[in-house]
Design a protein around this ligand. Structure first.
Ligand code: SF4
Length: 328
């Protein structure tokens, strides 16, 4: 189902001549990791070490791992560049190859009420946008593919934390059609207050994100309200090089001003198991991937807030601001 671009990768390795490669593959593609490692070793004659850690995004480059095993290159599957890493990296995006024509036909009735459509995709599906645009335009729609912004590497690309391009075009758009999965579609729904229609090639379905958006918004409201009553805050600083969100100085200064106690904590993976022992902290604020707080709400015993939500708790922003300008 995916294009692993083996030829291009081998060519790149030939040019770069690494001695040892650390191979990072997201969970969904991990079953291919052994095959890819063997291929690189056999054809490019380069030693390969497969990272057994999860790869959540292009923000999640395993630079420390690579240094420990003395690799001189990291190969990352399933992602496009996100930030400028302090280590050589080759990206292979793994484009999705399955035909989506049938599903696309099913999408048109869902878009019946709208003329101006914003068209976006996760990196695996960007190559399918021209075809989708053609079909939509033949059906009388006006299609806008937003120009890249922020962490996005391509026009029309969305990431779990990057929806600024949508916000820019949003006022001229009645609904967004997104090619990808639930994760990216929910992010879009939390970023812009417009109908978000998901064309999901994995589950072969079309979904409107309204119901899930409303459910998550209620959860976020509850977490923020609980945080307002907290006495002690845990400010979690993410130590992944690509996952720097918010400012620890700002968080400390604001908590001091509003008379709350705090402790600053560093973390690589943020999990409830690690947080439970910090029993005298009432609320955690994470300055790392904002989707951890939003996605994993049921996994955490105590409220876990994003940097934007924290600004509401300390009075620098409002709930209405979050709703209008987006949670992401
Ligand atoms: S959503 Fe989180 S995991 Fe995905 S790219 Fe952004 S910071 Fe990384």
């Amino acid at each position: 189902m995916y294009d692993f671009e083996e030829e291009r990768l081998l060519k790149e390795l030939k040019q770069r001549k690494p001695k040892r490669v650390l191979l990072q593959v997201p969970e969904g593609l991990k079953k291919e990791a052994v095959r890819l490692a063997e291929l690189i070793q056999d054809k490019a004659k380069v030693q390969v070490v497969v990272s057994g850690e999860p790869l959540w995004g292009a923000c999640d480059i395993a630079i420390s791992e690579a240094k420990i095993i003395q690799a001189d290159l990291i190969v990352i599957y399933g992602h496009a560049p996100f930030y400028k890493p302090s280590f050589p990296v080759v990206y292979v995006e793994a484009h999705y190859r399955k035909n989506i024509d049938k599903l696309l036909k099913k999408t048109l009735p869902e878009l019946k009420a709208y003329t101006n459509i914003g068209l976006i995709a996760s990196v695996q599906h960007l190559h399918q946008l021209p075809k989708v645009q053609e079909v939509l335009e033949k059906a009388g729609k006006k299609v806008i593919i937003p120009l890249k912004k922020g962490h996005a590497f391509y026009d029309g690309q969305v990431l779990g934390c990057e929806y600024n391009a949508l916000k820019i075009v949003s006022k001229n758009i009645e609904a967004f059609l997104i090619l990808g999965n639930n994760f990216h579609a929910l992010g879009a729904a939390l970023a812009v207050p417009k109908p978000i229609i998901l064309l999901d090639p994995y589950n072969e379905e079309i979904a409107n994100m309204d119901a899930l958006r409303n459910k998550i918004i209620k959860q976020r409201f509850a977490a923020i309200e609980k945080a307002k009553e907290a006495k002690t805050f845990g400010i979690i600083v993410g130590v992944k090089e690509g996952q720097q969100f918010g400012s620890v100085e700002y968080a400390m200064e604001r908590l001091k001003k509003v008379g709350k106690k705090y402790v600053v904590i560093t973390m690589n993976e943020i999990t409830n198991d690690k947080l439970v022992n910090l029993y005298n902290v009432d609320v955690f604020v994470e300055l790392a991937c904002p989707r951890i707080a939003i996605e994993d709400v049921a996994k955490f015993e105590k409220p876990l807030l994003t940097a934007r939500e924290f600004a509401v708790v300390v009075g620098d922003s409002t709930w209405e601001d979050l709703l209008n300008r987006g949670f992401l």
